[in-house]
Design a protein around this ligand. Structure first.
Ligand code: GLY
Length: 577
């Protein structure tokens, strides 16, 4: 459990309380200091490595790579690649993601941005008909919905610049699993049923993910030989094996034959970006989270800046939920209004993250009455499936990674002969700025489609760091990702167990629709009545949401605790000490 007690100061006073003279620095002292350095460093290392991911096969494969001498970054490559095989509805080689890294040796923090980009032939109105109306499902089903994938480039980059092992070794478990296959579980069946039309529309997808055109039965083995060959090519040739040559040609040809607009130039031009993560502070904790083009870090820090202005611990339950909802509403309004790919549009980031701005927003919150969202302005939430994993190795290297192909099974389209299931991340753009898209979502100018631009995301891989310990967390869940990370983070700061961070009941407000979304059973009748009296509309959902994977290294007790969301079928594991 994270302790809220401060650690003893690192500087030592003399036992008798006297002030000692500064020691004279000479060579003997210097050599002694050098000898002691590894010991001092070791005190700053966790006693065990830990991994939490959404699939047992991925967590186990990551641990295998750590035991084979890899570091957390090699394990991140392995876990990402295995998830691409065993969780095809969540992420994959045809998708993208954000990998937040912390390197223990020098404290470097970086976000590897492998987000998809709009194809070079993309146009602002590409999903609108001649009357300017959105064409139903055009940005969701089939290869026209697919952005240029970033996952493979990101994995090759992480392996080359941060890993210890060759990419070939880190990809081995994924290749093995693609060949040997994995067993269909209930979740797979639910996701496949949800996307059955899109999967049937692609002959290669139907062959790969269905059985005789139907949702496969429980226990059916999904073998993916084309995907195994693609992974093998990447293992041998690195990113070039995917973005150039035969595989690239096959993908482009398949996309174009079925109405898409990719070109070989798009694949060749794809660039991974190293982004400086966003950093903020909340009640003594340093919060490190995703940079743009994810909205996650901005929205999270904006919410924390507002929350820091009140003592939420001493509030009655209804006051606390009301206040959190009002904070969520305002931060999501700004997501809609201002955020997009900062490489393409100017974003008033400094202002949005300033304490002064938080005070202005805070001043507009009434504790007695809900603020109608209509009295604020602008909005755009995101998709329905994604995946997250968290890793800590024994050196203290950390990874929080959230990856996606957007909707379950992405666009539902597999490029023939490659095994690569393409994303439908183009739907994360505002397909018509200012107007609701087919899912009733409204976006803004900053997130309009432009060739080569990255679509706005909600993925929020996050670290918390203080003298007490280090937390690594994140979750899938579309537009609800950021509020889930906020609720998890508040649990961590309050000193609760990692099991509680991932399992607590959830609620969410995202400005529009103007309602508090509530997990079944999360709010008592009394709380519901109290919130309604303040003018809130409640939408109690039938199903819970999210699949948080989190871990905590308690520096004080030198313990590592790891947990996987009970809502999902993931696995949290720890190495021996
Ligand atoms: N496609 C989900 C997200 O990026 O937010």
């Amino acid at each position: 459990m994270p302790s809220m007690n401060a650690l003893p100061p690192t500087s030592k006073s003399s036992p008798d309380g006297s002030v000692k003279k500064a020691p004279v620095l000479h060579w003997g002292f210097f050599v002694l200091w050098l000898l002691l350095l590894p010991v001092a460093h070791a005190e700053g290392q966790p006693p065990a490595a830990a991994i939490a991911s959404a699939h047992p096969a991925a967590s186990k494969a990551g641990m295998e790579i750590l035991q084979a001498g890899g570091n957390a970054f090699d394990a991140a490559v392995t876990v990402s690649a295995v998830l691409a095989v065993v969780e095809p509805y969540s992420s994959g080689l045809g998708g993208g993601g954000f990998w937040l890294l912390h390197r223990a040796s020098d404290g470097k923090e970086v976000m590897i941005d492998g987000r998809e980009t709009a194809p070079l032939a993309a146009t602002r109105d590409m999903y609108l008909d001649s009357r300017g109306q959105p064409v139903a499902r055009a940005s969701i089903d089939g290869p026209l919905a697919a952005g240029i994938p970033g996952t493979v480039a990101a994995l090759a980059h992480i392996s080359k610049h941060y890993g210890r092992l060759p990419l070939k070794q880190s990809l081995l478990p994924a290749i093995r699993l693609a060949k040997e296959g994995f067993a269909v579980n209930e979740h797979y069946r639910r996701m496949a049923a949800f996307r059955i039309d899109a999967l049937r529309a692609s002959k290669s997808a139907a062959q790969q993910f269905l059985k005789a055109g139907e949702v496969p039965p429980l226990g059916h083995i999904i073998r993916q030989n084309d995907l195994a060959n693609t992974l093998q090519t990447i293992a041998e040739q690195g990113r070039q094996g995917f973005y150039a040559g035969k595989l690239a040609q096959q993908m482009v040809q398949a996309v174009r034959t079925h109405g898409g607009i990719w070109s070989e130039k798009d694949l060749l031009a794809y660039q991974v970006r190293e982004r400086k993560p966003l950093v903020g502070h909340y009640r003594g904790w340093r919060v490190v989270s995703a940079a743009l083009p994810s909205s996650g870090g901005v929205v999270l820090l904006e919410m924390l800046n507002m929350l820091a202005l009140r003592d939420i611990d001493s509030m009655a339950e209804a006051d606390r939920i009301h206040y959190l909802v009002e904070v969520m509403r305002r931060a999501y309004r700004d997501r809609a209004r201002w955020l997009g790919d900062a490489d393409f549009v100017d974003i008033p980031l400094k202002r949005l993250l300033s304490k002064e701005y938080a005070r202005q927003l805070f001043a507009s919150i009434s504790m007695q009455k809900a603020t109608p969202s209509q009295s604020l302005a602008g909005f755009k939430p995101a998709g329905r499936d994604t995946t997250h994993f968290s890793i800590l190795d024994k050196q203290g290297n950390r990874v929080a990674a959230t990856l996606s192909i957007n909707y379950p099974f992405g666009s539902g389209f597999v490029a023939a002969g490659t095994g690569v299931l393409l994303n439908d991340e183009m739907d994360d753009f505002s397909i018509k700025p200012g107007v609701a898209n087919v899912y009733g979502l409204v976006g803004a100018e900053a997130n309009a489609i432009e060739p080569g631009k990255r679509m706005l995301s909600s993925m929020s891989p996050t670290f918390l760091d203080s003298e007490h310990g280090v937390a690594i967390l994140g979750t899938p869940g579309g537009s609800r990702i950021i509020t889930m990370v906020l609720l998890g983070l508040l649990q961590a700061v309050e000193g609760n167990t990692v099991g509680q961070w991932v399992s607590q009941p959830r609620f969410h407000h995202q400005y529009l629709p103007d309602e508090i979304q509530v997990e079944p059973g999360a709010f008592s009748e009394k709380l519901q009545q109290e919130l309604k009296q303040r003018g809130h509309r409640l939408s109690i959902k039938e199903r819970p949401w999210g699949n948080m994977q989190a871990l905590y290294w308690n520096r004080k007790d030198n313990e590592v605790e790891v947990a996987s969301d009970p809502r999902g079928g993931g696995l949290a594991i720890k190495s021996a000490k």
